[in-house]
Design a protein around this ligand. Structure first.
Ligand SMILES: O=C(O)/C=C(\CC(=O)C(=O)O)C(=O)O
Length: 294
């Protein structure tokens, strides 16, 4: 078996910033444990186990209260590991699933009972083999009441995806802002195109997350403390304060060459959301509206 990767920090620092009561880490994953929850045969990476006990220990260490667990691509459309982690959180976690678009109404209902409140469409070619838009639109038209769609794409295909995304009949949450080039600054072409998308509908949300990915040294960025990211993203949070949610992205899939310190990621929050009101919206009010409405 290929070497399994470790993409998370063994001993993350304690953040200086203290999240407000009820704060939600609204973008994180679990990997396995593989013995109980094998990875997909189509997985593009093979991680070491990073299960619920580790996730909840990090939650408590960072000062968060709840998690939204997003199905990682290494588990394909088998959401068992995600559902198991949600159940283990005893009400302190909800989730986002990846499904076969042919999924039945009964199976969608079962996912809802298991704490799922959305499905994820991943367009990153390095993570998934195919992304059938027509089939995605069909399943998006018959989701349980109150669900949304999470979409992960890179900035260079935003315009190409617009007709597809404009046709999605439920709220959309964009992972990591669609990966803009943060070295362009807050008014660069990537952020301008993303703002045009946000302005096209009032039910498009985003995650101002992953400075470690978007401002990585290997991507031409500055690396920790991710100054380009802070400068480019703070104006976006300020302009759309009720439509953003935040997450660590632990266990940081594929970041084994530039593993972020989760305490440093949390200390980015006051740099992109500098007031208590913005922090309350980003970390508590907004994620609870999306994931704990019922
Ligand atoms: O974890 C993220 O949000 C980003 C990922 C991994 C991912 O999305 C997945 O494996 O499902 C990435 O850019 O490799």
């Amino acid at each position: 078996m290929a070497d399994r990767i470790v993409s998370w920090h063994a001993n993350p620092s304690k953040p200086k910033f203290t999240p407000p009561p009820g704060a939600v880490d609204a973008h994180c994953h679990v990997f396995g444990p593989m013995a109980q929850f094998p990875f997909s045969a189509k997985a593009k990476y093979l991680p070491e186990d990073a299960g619920p006990d580790m996730l909840f220990a990090l939650r408590d260490h960072l000062g968060f209260e709840k998690n939204v667990i997003v199905q990682a691509s290494c588990h394909g459309t088998d959401n068992s590991a995600t559902l198991h982690a949600i159940a283990a959180a005893q009400g302190k976690a909800r989730g986002v699933a990846v499904v076969d678009p042919a999924i039945s109404e009964d199976d969608l209902a079962a996912l809802h009972l298991g704490g799922i409140r959305g499905i994820r469409f991943n367009f990153l070619k390095r993570l998934v083999d195919d992304a059938p838009k027509d089939r995605f639109l069909e399943v998006a038209s018959r989701l349980p009441k109150g669900w949304h769609v999470v979409i992960y794409f890179e900035a260079d295909i935003l315009e190409e995806l617009r007709p597809f995304m404009d046709a999605i009949p439920v709220p959309i949450v964009v992972d990591h802002m669609g990966r803009p080039d943060v070295t362009q600054g807050p008014d660069g072409p990537d952020m301008k195109a993303f703002r045009r998308f946000l302005d096209s509908r009032d039910d498009i949300w985003f995650k101002p997350t992953c400075p470690d990915r978007l401002d990585a040294i290997k991507e031409g960025g500055k690396g920790d403390p991710w100054d380009n990211f802070a400068a480019a993203v703070a104006p976006l949070v300020a302009d759309y304060p009720t439509r953003c949610i935040w997450g660590t992205d632990w266990p940081h899939p594929n970041m084994q060459d530039e593993i972020p310190d989760d305490g440093h990621l949390v200390d980015m929050i006051p740099r992109i959301a500098p007031t208590a009101e913005l922090q309350q919206a980003l970390l508590v009010d907004n994620p609870n509206r999306l994931y704990w409405a019922d």
